[in-house]
Design a protein around this ligand. Sequence first.
Ligand code: TUI
Length: 314
Amino acid sequence: MIKSRICDLLNIKYPIFQGGMAWVSESTLASAVSQAGGLGIISSINAGADVVRDEIRKCKSSTNKPFGVNVMLMSPIADQIAQMVIEEKVPVVTTGAGMPTKYMKEWLEAGIKVIPVVASTAIAIRMERMGACAVVAEGGESGGHIGEMNTMALVPQVCDAVQIPVIAAGGIADGRGLAAALMLGAEGVQCGTRFLSAEECQIHEIYKKKILAAGDTDTIVTGKSLGHPVRSLKTPFSRKFAEMEKDPAQTSESIMEFGTGSLRKAVKEGDEKMGSYMAGQSAGMVKQIEPTVQIIESMISEAENLLKGTNKWV
Ligand code: TUI
C-alpha cells in the first residue's frame, strides 16, 4: 500500500491529487476523486464566485472526504475566493500562478491546510517558511500556466530544499509516473490531464476526444511574449495565437483580446476553431474514458507492482 506523510496530513487514502484545472475541475470530478481516496480539487476559475461557492457546497454534499479548492492568484476574483474558502471551511487550499503571501496568515488561522503550487526551489522555501504544509512542485510538462523548470529536474531539487512533503506534478499520468515521482523524493503526485478522460469529468465531449487522439508532440506553449506561458493542444486557435506572438504588427492587447474566453469555449462548447484546449504533455498517455476510481486504483496498483520489482536493478 503506497502511503506517505501527505496521506496522514490530509487524511486521504492515496497520495494522488487531481489538479485544479480552470473551467474543468468542478464538484462532480473533485468529489469522485476524493471519494476514490485521492484529493479532489475544485478550480476557482470558472463562471464566477457564486458558482464556486455552489460547487464547494455540492462537493461537501457528495462526499464526506477531504477536498481542496485551487485559488488562481492572477484571477481578478482571487480576494473573494480567498475569503470564501474560510467561510465555507474548505479543508485544503492549493494556490497557483504566484505567491499567496497576503492570504497565508488568515488561512492558517482558519485551520486551512495550504499547499502552494511552485515552479522553483526559491518559492518552495518561502512557502515552507510561511507555513505551507506541503508544496506541489509543478514542471513545465503540465497543461495550462507553466514555469521554466521540468519535472525531472525540479522535483528532486525542491525535495532537497524543503522538509515538508513535496507533491510532483507535470507529465505524470500513470503508475510509472507515480513510482518515478516517489523515487525522486516526492510523497505524492498531482495529475490534471489524466483526469480529463474521467467519466465524471464534465467537459465537452470534443475536449475528451481531442485528449484521447493526442500524441506526445501535440501540445504547444503560447503566451511567453505576454509573460504567461500556457501549454495547450495544437489547434487552429493555439497555432494562430503563436503566429500572432511572432507578428510585430500585433500588440499584447490584441493578442490577449484574441485569447479572451477561449478556455470556456473549449470546455463548455467544444469550439474547434476558437477553443483553447489546455493539456499537458502526458495527453499522449491518455487512451480511454474511464471511471475516476479506476484511474486512481490502476495508478496505485501499477506503481506498487513497479516498486516491488525494483530489486531487478540491483
Ligand atoms: O496555475 C497553474 N496553472 C494554470 S492557472 C490557469 S488559468 C488561466 N491561465 C491562463 C490563461 C487563462 C486561464 C491555467 N493553468 N499552475 C500552477 C503554477 N503556478 N504553475 C506555475 C506556477 C507559479 C509560477 C510562479 C507559482 C508561483 C510563481 O511564483 C513566482 C512569482 O514571482 O510570483
